[in-house]
Design a protein around this ligand. Structure first.
Ligand code: LER
Ligand code: MN
Length: 271
């Protein structure tokens, strides 16, 4: 398992669950100094990523890009894959497709979290699940062309009413029928929705492709009450080799949140 830490470049998301905020340079420098292996980038959109510059940072600081978040499509532009309006759904797919193409420069997958949207009075649950499955299939094939996974993230009940648990995510992936699409297990959302974090991870097995590593209160791992050893044990049991990526509030500040995460990780991986 590899360590990663998030950076947000999206001003509209300020105060959200990202560790670094101020610039890519600061995030890369601090992450490298603390001993992280990768950075996960939450960017305003494809054009906000200067590919040559990010490649230069990766090489200067010997860091990988773990993944690219696509939630800015929702936060900045109000796009979602399950919107009632077909034009908005198409723009949502185009936005994610261009983030997949940006990620391909770094071998980094795109994450579909808040861009999944929700069902509503104008789009029934069945319709929304069908639209989501279709988009995941289409975008999963694009990711496959770049030999990348595509990460789908179940979210807690306050953020979506589509797939909220890892098991519901697995049901959805069975319908999608595209091996490229993997689940993102965010421990904060799981702490709200799952009966047992470790059992859910073991049941999903190799469907899990990424982990948002964070505590119960969405602060850095070690600042809340998740019992991490059984979670790490479950990930070992399924042979998980991907990233444990710190998607947590910058509390009390970015540096402390990042340091606490890496210290918790080292303790867990050593034991
Ligand atoms: C949103 O709550 C979240 O966890 C993000 O990773 C989704 O884009
Ligand atoms: Mn997350």
């Amino acid at each position: 398992m590899k360590s990663a830490v998030t950076v947000s470049l999206v001003e509209e998301a300020r105060g959200g669950p990202f560790v670094f905020w101020d610039s890519l340079e600061v995030a890369f420098q601090s992450a490298a100094h603390l001993g992280f292996e990768a950075i996960e980038i939450f960017a305003p959109g494809p054009s906000a990523i200067d590919i040559a510059h990010v490649k230069q940072l990766c090489s200067t600081y010997s860091l990988q890009v773990a993944a690219f978040g696509t939630g800015a499509g929702m936060v900045k532009h109000g796009l979602s894959l399950t919107d009632a309006d077909a034009t908005i759904r198409q723009k949502a797919r185009d936005f994610i497709a261009s983030m997949i193409q940006v990620g391909a420069n770094f071998g980094a997958p795109a994450i579909i979290g808040s861009m999944q949207g929700r069902w509503s009075a104008s789009v029934s649950r069945d319709q929304a699940m069908g639209l989501l499955a279709g988009s995941l299939r289409e975008l999963g094939s694009l990711a496959a062309e770049h030999s990348l996974p595509l990460l789908y993230e179940p979210l807690n009940r306050y953020e979506t009413n589509l797939a909220k648990t890892i098991a519901e995510g697995c049901d959805l992936l069975r319908e999608v029928q595209c091996e490229q699409v993997k689940l993102l297990a965010d421990l904060f959302h799981m702490n709200i929705e799952e009966a047992d974090l470790s059992r859910s991870i073991v049941a999903a097995g190799d469907r899990i492709g990424h982990v948002h590593f964070v505590d119960s209160n969405r602060r850095a791992a070690g600042m809340g009450h998740i019992d991490f050893p059984p979670v790490i044990q479950a990930l070992r049991e399924i042979g998980y080799k991907g990233f444990l990526s710190a998607e947590a509030f910058a509390l009390p500040d970015s540096e402390t949140a990042a340091r606490t995460t890496i210290e918790t990780l080292r303790r867990l991986v050593r034991s």
